[in-house]
Design a protein around this ligand. Structure first.
Ligand code: ZN
Length: 339
């Protein structure tokens, strides 16, 4: 049987400010005729460009949830030159469960695009964003954090691919967001991400990683809040001139930038977030907890760079992610094309 498509409880086109939800019809063991209400808001001031702000693609990343929620409360139609669409809890079942992925279908929203209207709730929401929203969007901001399992030094993320003019748009957007650092992504392994969906639609997008560790970091929140508003002004969605800002580009060149645990044990980090490290420098030591006579194993950084992300749970298993680094690149290198 064909499921009814997602419908939206509010008009997304006409002038004014409205809050509502996507009506995602879902029947399961708990609810025979239930609806999953995915929150959405729109503020239309004039006929200018449309900006899409999303948070809660992963349900346990809280800085973005607050940035999006406050944006809905604080932006009035008179401040908007075009249209602002905000989805403050994209994977709503995951947000309710305080989890990265949906407890209903176990799907990772950032691997679910382009989505499928006849699949589970995560794929249905992805389908609505890709098929209904993105064709009408001119700029997008997707707010992430490290979640329960990792913490990031606050940074933006942009894709380094695409035609030269599109790359230039993305670089200008990254500078307008103005995070202390912006990671340039050149791997194409995650075509299911919202960033990849924006690439397909030619929408310049800045994603973020703002803090994490299942907390809400006040400093990372402020960077994300100010950057979101400045990028929306830069793109002409909000009225007013943007503040001139710049970001430092960092590139994670290869798998060597990701440090993995070589044995099971307790990880003692030697370096912290935001520190610059040399190739071969000590990342930390792992102390075996199941053999008290065995010495600790030293873990080096394979590549030089800045520490962007560290894990939060120090008791690790062989193969677990410990931290990762990015190395500085210039604007010209980005514009020339990295991959
Ligand atoms: Zn995330």
């Amino acid at each position: 049987m064909t499921r009814p498509p997602i419908s939206c409880s509010i008009d997304l086109e006409s002038p004014g400010k409205r809050v509502g939800f996507l009506r995602l019809a879902w029947s399961d063991v708990e609810n025979a005729y239930g609806v999953i209400p995915v929150p959405i808001a729109v503020v239309r001031g004039g006929e200018g460009p449309t900006g899409l702000v999303t948070a809660g693609v992963h349900g346990d990343e809280y800085e973005g949830l607050l940035i999006a929620r406050r944006l809905i409360a604080e932006i009035a139609p008179a401040e908007v030159a075009g249209r602002l669409i905000v989805m403050p809890g994209v994977n709503w079942p995951a947000v309710l469960a305080r989890a990265r992925t949906s407890p209903i279908d176990q799907q990772n929203m950032n691997r679910a695009f382009p989505g499928d209207a006849q699949d589970g709730p995560t794929a249905m929401i992805a389908d609505f964003i890709e098929r209904v929203l993105l064709p009408g969007v001119d700029v997008a901001i997707d707010l992430h954090s490290g979640g329960t399992k990792s913490i990031y030094s606050p940074c933006g993320y942009v894709y380094g691919m695409g035609a030269p003019a599109f790359r230039a748009n993305k670089l200008a957007a990254a500078h307008a967001f103005g995070a202390p650092a912006t990671v340039v992504v050149t791997a194409t392994s995650s075509s299911g991400s919202l960033s990849s969906a924006c690439e397909r639609h030619g929408v310049p997008m800045v994603a973020t990683e703002l803090g994490g560790g299942a907390r809400l970091d006040a400093g990372a929140f402020r960077i994300g809040r100010d950057g979101t508003r400045n990028l929306l002004r830069h793109a002409g969605v909000l009225r007013g001139a943007p503040v001139p800002t710049r970001t430092a580009l960092l590139h994670t060149r290869s798998a060597e930038s990701f440090v993995m645990a070589p044995i099971d044990g307790l990880f003692e980090p030697a370096r912290g977030l935001g520190e610059d490290v040399a190739a071969g420098a000590l990342a930390g030591m792992i102390w075996p907890m199941d053999d008290l006579e065995r010495p600790p194993v030293e873990v080096p950084f394979a590549a030089a760079g800045r520490v962007l992300c560290v894990r939060t749970t120090p008791l690790v298993r062989r193969g677990d992610f410990l931290c990762h680094t990015g190395s500085p690149i210039g604007d010209v290198e980005f514009l020339d094309g990295l991959g």
